[in-house]
Design a protein around this ligand. Structure first.
Ligand code: GLA
Length: 389
């Protein structure tokens, strides 16, 4: 039994006077493969133990009534009179998912919902995907419909693209729906197939939250995506029928470097080399070659900093502090960028010392506090059983 699920169910009981089922969907940390997902490439995230819980029970009508324990706000939505676009607030993630589930041909019943999360918000750990996937799971369960993980991930991505207005890729929703405890997932974002990559028992993933949040991150994200698309458009006449940067090899990019504007070239170089690094990191982790995995992570950090330009001084500081410590294999920013968190691959025995070094070094170098914690790769979305279930 999860204490948290019981608390959320209790809140639901107080508000709506009946017993809900509690759906749970995790946030994620990405070990390597940043901005490659919307280029049809490879990523290697793991689901976190931090998650969003959605307690829900059906209503006899077609209304959705949702209370957020985090915002302490209630919002309502009529499934028979859906709006096409969001109101630019948290409920967009909830109702966007409902709209897209219905558009996919799934007929939902009305439902009462209570949502809660312990995924740190706005920290690059995918609180939005956790919300979307938990709501999808809760609404499908209330409607007596099946939760098909990859299909639901696609629907949640569509909600974020078309209802919320953020042109994200599939990585976050995919791993929130499909994560496997003790493993990272190597996801092929073109075929949408994945392979489990075990995290060896002597390894830990250390996450450090810089607490930097950039206001313009949404616009910068979409701008990176446009630069990648521009690269494909310019390269196509030279390389044949390529669909995405996934189809461009590093050598081919170098050969045609001069046809690209310098900035577009560097954006493309990040994606093309990052795809190679993801596959190398998968190989290395499976072979027990942790140093090679760490090297790929460190190179990814440089590529994000210099070519894709999505890090910031605070993140660069956290990564280099970690890279200098004994017992650390590699360290890099994780997630969309412009702040958020780093992920560090580390020997279990080094956790305490590195945590101290990061907290102290960040206080001295950035003048602020970092949160540092170990992440245990967890399962993707499911029902969080209540006592007696
Ligand atoms: C955000 C997006 C993902 C992915 C990452 C960067 O988390 O939601 O789809 O593009 O940024 O790797």
């Amino acid at each position: 039994m999860s204490v948290l699920a019981r608390d959320v169910a209790q809140e639901f009981g107080n508000r709506f006077g009946r017993l809900p089922k509690v759906s749970r969907a995790p946030g994620r940390v990405n070990l390597i493969g940043e901005h490659t997902d919307y280029n049809d490439g490879f990523v290697m995230p793991a689901a976190l133990e931090f998650a969003t819980l959605g307690a829900a029970a059906p209503r006899p009508d077609r209304r959705l009534v949702v209370y957020s324990m985090i915002m302490d706000e209630t919002r309502e939505f009529d499934l028979d009179a859906p709006s096409a676009r969001g109101r630019q607030e948290w409920s967009d993630y909830v109702f966007g998912v409902a709209v897209m589930l219905e558009r996919s041909g799934r007929r939902l019943t009305g439902a009462d919902l209570v949502i809660w999360t312990d995924v740190p918000l706005g920290s690059g750990l995918s609180s939005s995907a956790a919300l979307e996937v938990s709501v999808a799971h809760a609404l499908l369960t209330a409607s007596g419909l099946r939760f098909e993980p990859v299909e639901v991930a696609k629907i949640c991505q569509q909600a974020e693209n078309d209802f919320v207005g953020m042109r994200c890729g599939i990585m976050d929703q995919y791993v929130s729906a499909c994560g496997v405890a003790g493993h990272a997932l190597l996801i092929d974002c073109r075929s949408l197939e994945s392979r489990n990559v075990p995290i060896a028992s002597n390894l830990r993933l250390l996450i450090a939250n810089s607490h930097v949040r950039h206001q313009h991150a949404g616009g910068e994200y979409n701008a990176r995506r446009e630069a990648c698309e521009e690269g494909v458009r310019i390269l196509r006449p030279y390389l044949g029928p390529i669909k995405a940067l996934r189809d461009v090899a590093a050598r081919a990019l170098e050969r045609h470097r001069r046809v690209l504007p310098e900035l577009v070239y560097r954006r493309c170089r990040h994606i093309v080399t990052e795809n190679e690094r993801v596959l190398e990191a998968e190989r290395a982790l499976k072979a027990g070659d942790f140093a090679a995995c760490g090297k790929a992570m460190n190179e990814s950090q440089v590529s994000m900093r210099d070519d894709f330009e999505i890090t910031c001084p605070e993140i660069d500081l956290l990564a280099s502090l970690a890279q200098a410590q004994a017992g650390v294999y590699g360290s890099r920013m994780t997630g969309g960028g412009f702040g958020g968190c780093t992920v560090t691959l580390i020997e279990a025995g080094a956790v305490q010392g590195v945590t101290r070094a990061l907290i102290d070094g960040y206080r001295v170098g950035a003048g602020r506090d970092a949160d540092v914690f170990v992440c245990s790769p967890s399962n993707g979305a499911g029902i969080d059983p209540l006592e007696g279930d």
